[in-house]
Ligand binder design. Structure first.
Ligand code: FAD
Length: 462
């Protein structure tokens, strides 16, 4: 048995960041992880492996569609799937080993195994019970399915199975047009699968700016993805090597089926808190199974904190990381803070989609007076040169004060561009502040400045 200032349960981006920050602040820290490797969902079966496959398949797409136009002629590369999966696994290995290195560097003990909390101030791992002045629960989430669908991770898969399919399916059905479904759908579409996305709502990427939704769907359709929207899936029947998805169109109730070799169920994720003993401890939960916390990530039980996917809020790695840092700072007596109004969201397809702050729909609902500055990548020289002129930047600013309220981008490197707007919003900047900032030419970020100019006297290249 050992005694710690902080024991973190779960070594995903929330947990490992919390552990590192706690150790940096001089607290004796351990982190419990039941998986073979550190890094959680994000590094092992989430953000990192999906981005590796998106990168590899995007290179193929560029070679097939754009190389010849630039005078790069010759045979297009063919796909060696086992090698591509090997590349993805190498990327995972490098990243998870990196966290192990950081744990050693910061003198954090990795308590290997599944942890539980037999009482406040105690964490049990295997047969050992450790003492902890503070416990941070960072146990993350798991894929959620639908009634009538049995996951076998070979024909009917979650994102985890989709990252290591035995072969590239001829026909892939994706249930759910959210971030994960569209990213993995894009990967397989570029690798040659016929991809059909079935979505319950009438638009893809629920909750995003409506103009971005429409434009994004059009672009993905041009790339070959098919969409069945407004369709309620009632079940998936698995045959020997394929599956049949049954659904009903919500507008008229008509029923239909879709045959596929693989079905990816991408209908969201739910918090994972199994085996921790929270009910026995009396830790309060929300109706959706999230751990309830106050503004400082404290649960209702003294000395127990919770962060990341296991609590309320967007299920994003960077949100979990920020909460991890902040919770550790609170425990160390500092003022940990997360600004939930400025958390970017990114879809890593090509083009990328990124957003921060409020949508036009939310502003309308709130009855708030706003103005829109929009600029198309068609007017951006760098984007045109790189065959990446699909999409636009849209900045929403307060009509009176010009303060930036939100930004929605679909276009090249949108996931990086969004951060200049995040910084601007963090500093309470106006659209004019962005418009007056000199931007290097020729860069994609000039499109952000042009959108900011469009909030005032007008964009130059529109
Ligand atoms: P997790 O990363 O889920 O980590 C929790 C860890 O706790 C796990 O390793 C688990 O084994 C461990 N654990 C659980 N219970 C116990 C226990 N009792 N004892 C010991 N260990 C335990 N987010 C983004 O921001 N960008 C992306 O591009 C992105 N892409 C994604 C792609 C996919 C396919 C998926 C599935 C998710 C993606 N996400 C992305 C979401 C992101 O992975 C999560 O938001 C993030 O990992 C949450 O971090 P966390 O630390 O809360 O939990």
């Amino acid at each position: 048995m050992a005694s710690y200032d902080v024991i973190v349960i779960g070594a995903g981006p929330g947990g490992y960041v919390a552990a590192i920050r706690a150790a940096q602040l001089g607290l004796k820290t351990a982190c419990v992880e039941g998986r073979e490797t550190l890094g959680g969902t994000c590094l092992n079966v989430g953000c990192i492996p999906s981005k590796a496959l998106l990168h590899a398949s995007h290179q193929l797409h560029e070679a097939e569609h754009n190389f010849a136009k630039m005078g790069l002629k010759g045979k297009s590369p063919s796909v060696d799937w086992p090698t591509m999966l090997g590349y993805k696994d190498d990327v995972i290995g490098q990243n998870t080993k990196g966290i192990e290195f950081l744990f050693k560097k910061n003198k954090i003990d990795w308590l290997k195994g599944w942890g539980s909390i037999p009482a406040a101030g105690k964490v049990k791992v295997g047969d050992e019970v450790h003492e902890a002045k503070n416990i941070i629960i960072a146990t993350g989430s798991e894929a959620a399915s639908l009634p009538g669908i049995e996951i076998d991770e070979s024909i009917v898969v979650t994102s985890t199975g989709a990252l290591e399919l035995g072969k590239i399916p001829k026909r892939l059905a994706v249930i759910g047009a959210g971030v994960i479904g569209l990213e993995l759908g894009s990967v397989y579409s570029r690798l040659g699968s016929e991809v059909t996305v079935i979505e319950y709502l009438d638009a893809i990427t629920p909750g995003m700016d409506a103009e971005v939704q429409k434009s994004f769907q059009k672009i993905l359709a041009k790339q070959g993805l098919k969409f069945i929207l407004g369709a309620a899936v009632s079940g998936v029947e698995t045959l020997k090597t394929k599956a049949k998805v049954s659904y009903a169109l919500r507008k008229d109730g008509s029923e239909a089926t879709l045959d596929a070799d693989v079905v990816l169920v991408a209908t969201g994720r739910k918090p994972y808190t199994d085996g921790l003993g929270l009910a026995e401890l009396g830790v309060e939960m929300t109706e959706r199974g999230q751990i309830k916390t106050d503004g400082h990530w404290r649960t209702n039980v003294d000395g127990i904190y919770a962060i990341g996917d296991a609590i309320v809020g967007p299920m994003l790695a960077h949100k979990a990381e920020d909460e991890g840092m902040a919770a550790a700072e609170v425990i160390a007596g500092k003022a940990g803070h997360v600004n939930y109004d400025v958390i970017p969201g990114v879809i890593y397809t090509h083009p990328e989609v990124a957003n921060v702050g409020l949508t036009e729909q939310a502003l309308k609902e709130a009855g708030r007076a706003y103005k829109v500055g929009k600029f198309s990548f068609m007017g951006n020289g760098r984007a045109k040169a790189n065959f990446a002129a699909d999409g636009f930047v849209k900045i929403l600013a307060d009509k009176e004060t010009d303060r930036i309220l939100g930004c929605h981008i679909i276009g090249p490197a949108a996931g990086d561009l969004i951060h200049e707007v995040c910084v601007a919003m963090e500093f309470g900047a106006s659209a004019e502040d962005l418009a007056l900032t000199c931007h290097a030419h020729p860069t994609y970020s000039e499109a952000v400045r042009e959108a900011a100019l469009a909030c005032g006297d007008g964009a130059i290249h529109a």
